[in-house]
Design a protein. Structure first.
Length: 360
């Protein structure tokens, strides 16, 4: 078997059109093949980059020690790249953990949670566990967060949650609308902007805003575009006082050293993000175009997932495709005829289209 290095692939890519070589560039090596096509968890089909995999292998050797130094180094690198202070970055074992801690820290039985629907359900689950009121507001006609309605939902809200791009729709809320939410939210509340999928989009991040706003928390993850979902590593960015309130619930929950080294290598690989973003957009848009040509409505996604109006109970569609080895989903209760599909690799999306055409 001929060994092809990541460096040689990049050199080869210099002589080829970008999109024509992206499948090679993002998978070093490709993940092991499986019988099923898994388009149901918004995972990356490519896994960690080649550089990240090498770094994670080195991380095994330091597993006998607490990796605090590597955690601080990751926070410092991210802060440097974003132009903020390292004290404004906290590292967690996945952004889901940071999000749960934020809900527990900023809401109570008298200070509720306001969020969109359909959207990522973890904040609602965390609020309900703490018996905090939850006010879910429908997305607007553009499938963006309805900021005016969210601001009016609970004058005593302790936290407003915006997932941008939104999970499950993949749609964007305009930057100006987010600024309006920050300026007009209830006094004493915290705006949490979940940017798990921001690197797939063309939208600017809100991370730099934390320099001027001590009531804004931004979440980032290495689970999506960087392909490290199983490594469980995320960041919370905000004023140090906000981060201290999260730390009460899990400040010593330090990710593994291998995860931290993989994350650092991912940030240092400046070609990785634009390559994966371009490939994801290409595969997503060609599949959405194919679906629209067959009369199906899809959300205007800028993420690695999109939703389809399948014109029937979506659970039935999930079951039909699963019988053919193609896993999609989930379904949100207020969108019962819409189903979410994750963007896989070229072969996976071709198989999805083949099975969808035969079954739906």
């Amino acid at each position: 078997m001929v060994s092809v290095s990541r460096r040689s692939l990049l050199a080869l890519g210099a002589a080829l059109p970008l999109l024509g070589r992206l499948d090679w560039a993002v998978a070093s090596p490709a993940p092991a093949k499986a019988d099923k096509v898994r388009l149901n968890y918004n995972e990356s089909p490519y896994g960690p980059s080649g550089a990240a995999r090498e770094a994670m292998q080195r991380g095994i050797a330091i597993s006998g020690s607490y990796p605090y130094g590597h955690m601080y180094a990751l926070a410092e690198l991210f802060a440097q790249q974003q132009g903020i202070a390292s004290e404004q970055v906290a590292v967690f074992s996945g952004s889901m953990a940071a999000l749960r801690y934020a809900v527990l820290a900023f809401t109570s039985q008298t200070r509720g949670l306001v969020m969109a629907t359909p959207s990522y359900e973890v904040p609602r689950q965390a609020a309900e566990s703490g018996k905090a009121p939850v006010h879910e507001v429908n997305l607007n006609a553009d499938h963006a967060h309805d900021i005016p309605a969210m601001l009016a939902a609970d004058p005593q809200a302790g936290m407003l949650y915006l997932c941008n791009p939104n999970n499950p729709t993949g749609t964007m809320t305009p930057t100006e609308a987010i600024r309006q939410a920050l300026a007009n939210k209830p006094k004493g509340s915290v705006l949490v902007v979940d940017e798990a999928y921001i690197d797939f989009s063309d939208a600017p991040s809100c991370v730099s805003w934390v320099k001027e706003h001590d009531d804004l928390l931004v979440l980032r993850t290495f689970s999506k575009i960087y392909g490290m979902a199983g490594a469980r590593l995320g960041l919370a960015i905000g004023h140090p006082a906000l981060l201290e309130r999260l730390a009460v619930f899990g400040g010593d929950n330090v990710p593994a050293g291998a995860s931290l080294l993989g994350a650092r290598a991912s940030l240092e690989d400046i070609k990785l993000l634009p390559q994966r973003k371009a490939l994801n957009a290409q595969l997503r848009d060609e599949t959405v175009t194919w679906l629209k040509a067959r009369g199906f409505t899809c959300t205007a996604s800028q993420s690695n997932c999109f939703m389809i109006d399948v014109k029937q109970p979506a659970e039935q569609v999930i079951e039909k495709l699963a019988e053919q080895g193609v896993m999609i989903g989930r379904v949100w209760k207020n969108w019962p005829q819409w189903v979410r599909v994750t963007v896989g690799n070229k072969q996976e999306m071709a198989r999805f289209r083949e099975v969808f055409a035969a079954q739906i």
